[in-house]
Design a protein around this ligand. Structure first.
Ligand SMILES: C[S@@+](CC[C@H](N)C(=O)[O-])C[C@H]1O[C@@H](n2cnc3c(N)ncnc32)[C@H](O)[C@@H]1O
Length: 165
C-alpha cells in the first residue's frame, strides 16, 4: 500500500450510510478517514456498518472536534464543493494530501470556500441535479488522485485499456 495514503475528511457528515460507503472506499484505497464533529449519527450506528459492510472495522478512522483539529498536521489541503472555483481534474494531487468534503445538506461553509477559493474544486454537472451524493463525489476524487500519482502495485498486473477484449 502507498506509504503516504490520502486523507479523506468529511466535514460534519449527517447520513450514516454515506459515511459507511466512504469508509468502504477508504479501505479499498488505503486512505485515512477523518470525521469532523458534530456527526449526524453515532459511529457505531448499524447503518454505518451496514453501508460499510464488514469492512467498517478496517477503516483507519480519526474523529475530530473541529476542522482545524483535523487539518492540524496537513500540508496540502483541497476542498470539494459544487461551488468550487476550479475543475477537479486541474487539482494536482500528491500522496498525503487532505481532501475535504462537505455536509450532505449544506456542503462546506461559505466563508471557508471564500477563504480557500484557490484550493476549491468542483466536479462538473450538466444534468438537472444540484450535486452528487457525498460518497460518489469521494469516489470520483480519490480515483482521480490515484490516476495522477499512479495506482499502487496490486493493480499493476491489470491489462491496459488497449489490451482489454
Ligand atoms: C450532497 S453534497 C452537498 C450539497 C450542497 N448543497 C452543496 O451545494 O455543497 C455533499 C458534498 O459532496 C461533495 N460534492 C457533491 N457534488 C459535488 C460536485 N459536483 N463537485 C464537488 N464536490 C461535490 C462536496 O464535498 C459536497 O459538500
Amino acid at each position: 500500500m502507498n506509504p503516504l495514503p490520502f486523507n479523506i475528511v468529511l466535514f460534519q457528515p449527517e447520513i450514516p450510510n454515506n459515511t459507511g460507503a466512504v469508509g468502504r472506499i477508504c479501505v479499498g484505497t488505503g486512505s485515512l478517514l477523518h470525521l469532523v464533529r458534530p456527526l449526524g449519527f453515532r459511529i457505531d450506528d448499524k447503518a454505518v456498518r451496514r453501508a460499510g459492510l464488514d469492512y467498517w472495522k478496517d477503516v483507519e478512522l480519526r474523529v475530530h472536534d473541529s476542522l482545524k483539529e483535523a487539518l492540524a498536521t496537513a500540508d496540502r489541503v483541497h476542498y470539494f464543493s459544487t461551488k468550487g472555483a476550479r475543475l477537479y481534474t486541474d487539482c494536482s494531487f500528491q500522496p498525503g494530501d487532505y481532501l475535504v468534503f462537505g455536509r450532505e445538506t449544506a456542503g462546506l461553509p461559505r466563508e471557508l470556500l471564500a477563504r480557500r477559493r484557490e484550493d476549491s474544486y468542483t466536479i462538473p454537472i450538466w444534468g438537472p441535479i444540484r450535486s452528487h451524493n457525498l460518497a460518489n463525489a469521494v469516489a470520483i476524487i480519490i480515483y482521480e488522485a490515484f490516476r495522477q500519482v499512479g495506482f499502487p502495485p496490486k493493480t499493476g498486473d491489470l491489462p491496459s485499456a488497449g489490451q482489454m477484449p
